[in-house]
Write a protein that binds this ligand. Structure first.
Ligand code: FAD
Length: 275
């Protein structure tokens, strides 16, 4: 199928994009890498009157450090973040998770902020944001605001973003000194969306584990340094707390089993990787 007719604005600066979003209300959509939006347009699941392309906005293509945060603006493609020099030391979870985001070709076009805005519950980037307690920076003509990832993702492909807002950047906390990180996922084939994905961070006195593709959004839990059956019990409770879904790829029961087994694997690996 072909998309319904739309106007196209390639914004030359941020104010131009924000003006279009404000003037058009819900009729305008941001387009970044187009890897999720174009299929939706072609299937006519979305019929915006105007597409606002943010990829040419000055400054949107450069990753920067702000203290302990790795700030990734809206024009940064997933491949660029993955190729960042020293990423494996700067934030090992991102280095481990990004190769699982689609394929080489989709990462070369898709953006980090686009994946965040799309809010697929199986997507790896939203999972990393939740696991690391990262931040989403939103901007409209009226104001700037910043939300924790756990506040931003509110449901299945639903977020707290208003119609006149765009994601200006996301911020991932850089690695905490001495902490260990790990990521694992089960998918039918490499590059497919996850059936279950787990991310963990272990510090000297705490374990944080986050799970994607099970409920309608990624979820995170924090524990003291549990071991043995106490850790199994905690993961079992987490698996039951998640509103796991059946779909054509897996049953809710398989997903809960994977939360227990993958959850344990990532926690053990994160504990081992502590410096
Ligand atoms: C074959 C294939 C396999 C894939 N596999 C995976 C996978 O395994 N894991 C995974 O996570 N993803 C996967 N994807 C999706 C891919 O990662 C997309 O790149 C990503 O989901 C969207 O990023 P984008 O820049 O292409 O956004 P677009 O497609 O341009 O936009 C997606 C949505 O986000 C909105 N949006 C984009 N940028 C902003 C912004 N700055 N502010 C506000 N709203 C914005 C758009 O309006 C739209 O609603 C796959 C895609 C394909 C085609």
């Amino acid at each position: 199928m072909k998309p319904a007719a739309f106007d196209y604005v390639r914004a030359q600066h941020l104010d131009e994009a924000l003006d279009v979003l404000k003037q058009q209300g819900g009729e305008a959509r941001v387009i970044a890498g187009g890897q999720s939006l174009l299929p939706m347009l072609n299937m006519r699941l979305a019929k915006p009157a105007v597409l606002v392309d943010v990829m040419g906005i000055p400054g949107f293509g450069e990753i920067r450090r702000e203290g302990d945060a790795i700030v990734v603006p809206a024009g940064v493609r997933q491949a660029k973040l993955l190729a960042r020099l020293g990423l494996a030391t700067e934030q090992p979870l991102l280095a481990a998770a990004l190769p699982w985001v689609g394929h080489y070709q989709t990462r070369a076009r898709g953006t980090v902020c686009g994946s965040t805005a799309h809010a697929d519950p199986s997507a790896e980037i939203p999972l990393c944001l939740v696991a690391l307690d990262g931040e989403i920076r939103l901007r409209s003509r009226k104001k700037r605001r910043s939300l924790k990832a756990s506040e931003f993702f509110t449901g299945m492909m639903v977020t707290d973003k208003a119609e006149d807002e765009l994601i200006e950047a996301v911020a991932f906390p850089a690695a905490v000194k001495g902490a260990g990180y790990a990521f694992r996922e089960v998918a039918r084939r490499h590059g497919d969306f996850a059936i279950v994905a787990c991310a963990a961070m272990a510090t000297a006195d705490a374990i944080h584990v986050a799970v994607g593709a099970v409920a309608d959004r990624p979820e995170r839990r924090s524990y003291p340094l549990l071991e043995g059956s106490a850790l199994d019990d905690a993961l079992n409770a987490f698996a039951w707390e998640l509103d796991a879904r059946d779909d054509i790829h897996a049953t809710a029961r398989l997903r809960r089993d994977l939360v227990r087994s993958l959850g344990r694997e990532v926690i053990e690996e994160a504990l081992r990787c502590r410096a």
